[in-house]
Design a protein around this ligand. Structure first.
Ligand SMILES: [Fe+2]
Length: 366
């Protein structure tokens, strides 16, 4: 990749292809204290108010800088590196390669909590691991005063839902509400009926005195890739059929239509939504429904298989951060009469983790 000049025109050359850079594109990027606020890096001018016919009067290219005089009298000195960076169009997060895992995973991505962790290199490493594996566990996180809210807001901003800023998952002996049962929960993703679905769930164990109630995680990326290899017809119908996810209570009616396995514009895994108590497939041809139900059964079998599931006990102070677009979570049953099992949960979105990761990368010059 490089910049070239030819008679007052700037060209971008990449792998043999050469394209002219629009003069207006360069004019929008003029820097200097009259044009860009130093602190915020925001423009001090409105490019929509510039005259449209912007041209280059004079130009000079050195190894590091591109100096331009425009026909509206403005001059600027742009760093070549900055221009090339814009053309490389790198989404740093996308370039963190996902590592597929199954029940043989023995690195549970544990990171000890410490004061100022949110501004430390350790948080950078934890976030990288989060993007690689889809989860990370912080150990010894303070358990008093709903610290989870503090934690979430120190990475980014908490994502409030109709369940509140955060929610309590508390077991009670002789429960009087289904929410407080000690039944096992099969692997699922949270809130598939929201638009957008909360990206990341934080689950903080305040107390856990029961012998059961193990937390479970399944890598939806590993499983859906397995389905693609072994059962392409099933994969196809689950990536192509929009189904309705629904949640209703006295105050709200939430629903969203989406494919169970969502792919990005390049056909690569983006999100899985799996919660068989909340999904409604539309009325399709009988043959198509036959295939859909077989596909759903197969993926459910894989998600529930011991082969793909890791199990671990969350201890007091453990805070599990998991990607709700990639991972499924659940728990094994337990005996509520053995004692207290109290977790607190909340959500944050990808802008929180991406923003923090990029900030730390810049801060430590990584
Ligand atoms: Fe859940």
């Amino acid at each position: 990749m490089k910049i070239e000049l030819s008679s007052n025109k700037v060209f971008f050359e990449n792998n043999g292809s050469k394209k002219e850079i629009h003069p207006f594109w360069l004019r929008e990027r003029v820097n200097g204290e009259n044009f860009v606020d130093k602190g915020t890096q925001q423009r001090l001018f409105d490019p929509t108010e510039l005259k449209k016919n912007i041209q280059i009067n004079k130009i000079n290219l050195s190894e590091k800088f591109l100096e331009i005089s425009f026909n509206d009298g403005v001059q600027t000195k742009l760093e070549v590196q900055d221009i090339l960076r814009e053309f490389s169009n790198i989404n740093e997060i996308k370039f963190i390669k996902k590592i597929k895992w199954d029940s043989s995973l023995n690195n549970f991505n544990n990171f000890d909590f410490e004061e100022n962790i949110f501004e430390n290199k350790k948080m950078y490493e934890a976030l990288i691991n989060f993007y690689k594996f889809g989860f990370v566990i912080f150990k010894n996180v303070p358990t008093k005063n709903n610290f989870i809210v503090n934690f979430a807001n120190s990475i980014g901003s908490i994502r409030r839902t109709n369940f509140g800023e955060f929610f309590n998952v508390k077991s009670k002996p002789n429960p009087n509400d289904l929410a407080y049962t000690s039944l096992s929960l099969a692997p699922h993703t949270d809130n598939p009926y929201r638009n957008p679905v909360p990206c990341i769930q934080l689950l903080h164990c305040i107390e856990n005195k029961v012998s059961g109630g193990l937390s479970t995680l399944v890598d939806g990326y590993t499983v859906t890739e397995k389905l693609k290899d072994d059962f392409p017809d099933y994969y196809k119908i689950l990536t192509e059929t929009k189904i309705r996810y629904q949640f209703i209570d006295q105050n709200v009616f939430l629903e969203d239509w989406a494919e169970m396995i969502q792919l990005d514009e390049n056909g690569i895994f983006k999100q899985v939504r799996f919660s068989p108590r909340l999904d409604f497939v539309p009325l399709m041809d009988k043959e198509k429904l036959e295939l859909y139900y077989s596909a759903r059964n197969k993926i459910s079998e894989l998600f529930n298989s011991e082969k793909y599931r890791i199990k671990f006990k969350l201890m007091s102070g453990d805070l599990l951060m998991m990607d709700n677009y990639r991972l499924l979570h659940g728990r094994t049953s337990y005996d509520a009469n053995e004692g207290e099992r109290f977790l607190q949960g909340c959500y944050i979105d990808y802008d929180s983790t991406e923003g923090k990761l990029k900030h730390l990368k810049r801060k430590f010059n990584i």
